[in-house]
Ligand binder design. Structure first.
Ligand SMILES: Nc1ncnc2c1ncn2[C@@H]1O[C@H](COP(=O)(O)OP(=O)(O)OP(=O)(O)O)[C@@H](O)[C@H]1O
Ligand SMILES: [Mg+2]
Length: 256
């Protein structure tokens, strides 16, 4: 878990007069869970969108696994192993869980030539889809329509879809948003189970989840990464506490 998988250098994004990303620097190591935190409007989503390719930066570089991907399309980035946890709207609500995952696998694998080979590939793909469903905790919901899943289960399916596309780096923008305690807990357990095998860049406001999950935390304030370090380092960082965590944070969050 030593190598840097994703490097962001001097990223700059303006919306009119507003500097939403202000020469941001970031290094995400392979196999780690890296949390990106910061106040509302700090530019977290804007940064994630530039990483996924949904937004083009005005300046700076994004390097994935040694390759400059700054000018690649979203599709080309997905092909190189970068997946964004898509919004729920991109789940096919009228299709079963299994088919949603099989489609994501198909998108990665492409379709093969010839009826019998295609049919055989189909059987394999559905078996793989069932394995992914199991992995994200939806093994008991294979035939359930995605639209009928609970909110938390839909987010689990999104993670499954990201895995099925062949991702090695997952960008997750507030995966616990709108979840109850039980659903959040399930998502924490799922994300924990992905550590080492996958690399996660996680934007999250739930500080309990962040401090439990993250190997590294970076703090974004007004488009700038003001600190990056271990949870212990971030907890002790005076500027971070002033800007975001609040002075009583350490009292409440101190390790048991
Ligand atoms: N498409 C856009 N056009 C103009 N301004 C934008 C656009 N998208 C974001 N902004 C502005 O850029 C700043 C950063 O927004 P962003 O959504 O990235 O913050 P965030 O850290 O994700 O906040 P939150 O924690 O509330 O999700 C905000 O001031 C926001 O109003
Ligand atoms: Mg946001």
């Amino acid at each position: 878990m030593s190598g840097v998988l994703l490097q962001v250098e001097g990223l700059l994004k303006r919306f009119g007069g507003l500097v939403a990303t202000d020469r941001a620097q970031l290094a995400v190591r392979a196999g780690e869970i890296h949390a990106l935190i910061g106040p509302n409007g700090a530019g977290k989503t804007t940064l994630i969108q530039q990483l996924s390719g949904a937004l083009a930066p005005d300046a700076g570089r994004i390097v994935l696994d040694g390759m400059n991907i700054t000018s690649l399309s979203m599709h080309e980035r997905v092909h190189r192993g970068l997946a964004r946890s898509y919004q729920i709207t991109s789940i096919f609500g009228r299709l079963p869980v299994l088919d949603n995952l099989a489609l994501a696998l198909q998108a990665r694998q492409g379709s093969s030539l010839g009826f019998w080979r295609a049919a055989r590939a189909d059987v394999q793909r559905y078996a793989q889809a069932a394995t992914v469903a199991e992995r994200v905790g939806l093994g008991g919901q294979l035939q359930q329509l995605a639209g009928a899943l609970s909110h938390g289960q839909q987010r689990q399916l999104e993670v499954g879809i990201a895995l099925a596309t062949g991702a090695k780096l997952l960008l997750l923008d507030e995966p616990m948003a709108g979840m109850g305690a039980e659903e959040s807990e399930r998502m924490v357990t799922l994300l924990q189970s992905l550590r080492s095998e996958y690399t996660l860049l996680l934007v999250e406001h739930d500080m309990d989840a962040v401090f439990r999950l993250a190997d590294t935390i970076s703090v974004l304030v007004a488009g700038r990464v003001i600190a990056s370090g271990s949870p212990q380092q971030i907890r002790a960082h005076s500027e971070v506490r002033r800007a975001y965590l609040g002075d009583d944070f350490e009292m409440a969050e101190v390790d048991a």
